[in-house]
Design a protein around this ligand. Structure first.
Ligand SMILES: [Zn+2]
Length: 363
């Protein structure tokens, strides 16, 4: 088993190595669930997927001697099937591109969206074929007699056609299936889907709990990476697993202010833009007399010129929206860092003005 797999399987929300902050929301949701469709939402890096899996495990658990709120038991036949990713009454819909990072490879009953042996690039979407297969799954009889569960993660990755097909199932539920939708961007779901779900809000956990969990995963100075990820522990662990440690994060604002684009080498465009947005946010917050959020305030190097910072912020937002654009990542990062240097530095040391990157540049 690879290190990565160890980390992800360890994130199962119930049993050994669980995400400790999910225990209370799990119990509460088992207690209060009344709709056949639940929408779990909140920040992305706090365990929505794991909570959905734990709820499914709880509903399907066959420990007759336990109250529902005390499930899953982790020992019954159903819980063992769940742990082996082969429960016949559970179907998990995730984009192919996310399977590996979620530790959810194709198992029995799962839909291979790309088709067997396909050389297609893994899809970032949940396609209508997969949703149709899930609907068919939901309408057949439960194999073990405790109903069926469909998990959709992240729900906003259903494209328009897929979402419409899914909505029909919510409007006219057939069989005894329950649906669990996860989303960090519920506002981008169809309003009609949102309104048919019982909402479960999963907020960022208490910092002490998150830090203790990060320490158990070998993360040094967990408070730094937790702040870096806006309090989302899974996102903080992802930082650490990608080799971004506390020292690298703390050094970032100074390096960007110096125009050093190599500080973001190998990050990928989306992650690099995300980090630059955090520097920009904190510099702008300081310029307005506010508090920093992602970096300790003494790490932010900026002369506090709000106009320049807002210009940089707009450019970062524009590129973030186009992060899927097939342009040269290196070129885009270099340009954004150059603009950051402009935005952060004192006027005395400002260099040559940089042109904004053209959207048509494919490098
Ligand atoms: Zn069980």
């Amino acid at each position: 088993m690879s290190e990565r797999e160890t980390a992800t399987s360890d994130r199962d929300a119930s049993g050994e190595g669980a995400l400790p902050w999910l225990a209370a929301p799990l119990r509460r949701t088992l207690e209060t669930q009344r709709a056949h469709a639940l929408l779990i939402h909140g920040p992305g890096g706090v365990g929505q997927f794991e909570l959905a899996l734990a709820l499914a495990k709880g509903w399907l658990c066959e420990a007759g001697d336990r109250a529902l709120v005390d499930r899953p038991c982790g020992h019954c036949a159903s819980c063992k099937l769940h742990a082996a990713r082969s429960h016949p009454d559970l179907l998990v819909l995730v984009p192919d591109a996310l399977r590996e990072s979620l530790g959810w490879d194709l198992g029995a009953g799962e839909v291979d969206e790309a088709g067997e042996g396909s050389k297609r690039k893994p899809s970032k979407e949940i396609r209508v074929e997969a949703v149709r297969a899930a609907i068919a799954f939901a309408t057949t009889t439960s194999a073990r007699g405790r109903g069926k569960v469909v998990v959709v993660h992240p729900a906003e990755r259903m494209n328009e056609v897929a979402a419409s097909a899914f909505l029909k199932t919510l409007e006219e539920p057939a069989g005894d299936a329950r649906f669990l939708l996860c989303s960090a961007a519920p506002e981008s779901l169809l309003a009609t889907i949102r309104s048919r779900c019982q909402h479960v809000v999963l907020p960022v956990p208490p910092a002490a709990e998150a830090e203790a969990w990060l320490v158990r995963h070998g993360v040094a100075q967990p408070g730094v990476l937790l702040a870096a990820s806006g309090g989302q522990p899974q996102a903080a662990l992802d930082f650490a697993e990608r080799g971004i440690d506390a020292a690298a994060w703390l050094a970032l604002p100074r390096r960007i202010a110096a125009g050093d684009a190599s500080a973001l080498q190998g990050w990928g465009l989306a992650a690099a833009v995300g980090a630059l947005q955090k520097i920009c946010h904190d510099a702008a917050a300081l310029a307005c007399g506010g508090a920093t959020r992602y970096f300790p305030r003494e790490r932010i190097v900026s002369d506090g010129n709000l106009d320049r910072l807002l210009r940089w912020s707009r450019e970062l937002a524009r590129v973030a929206a186009e992060a899927e654009h097939p342009w040269s990542t290196d070129l885009a990062i270099e340009s954004l860092v150059g603009q950051g240097q402009e935005a952060l530095k004192t006027p005395r040391s400002r260099g040559r003005p940089r042109e904004p990157l053209s959207l048509n540049s494919t490098g």
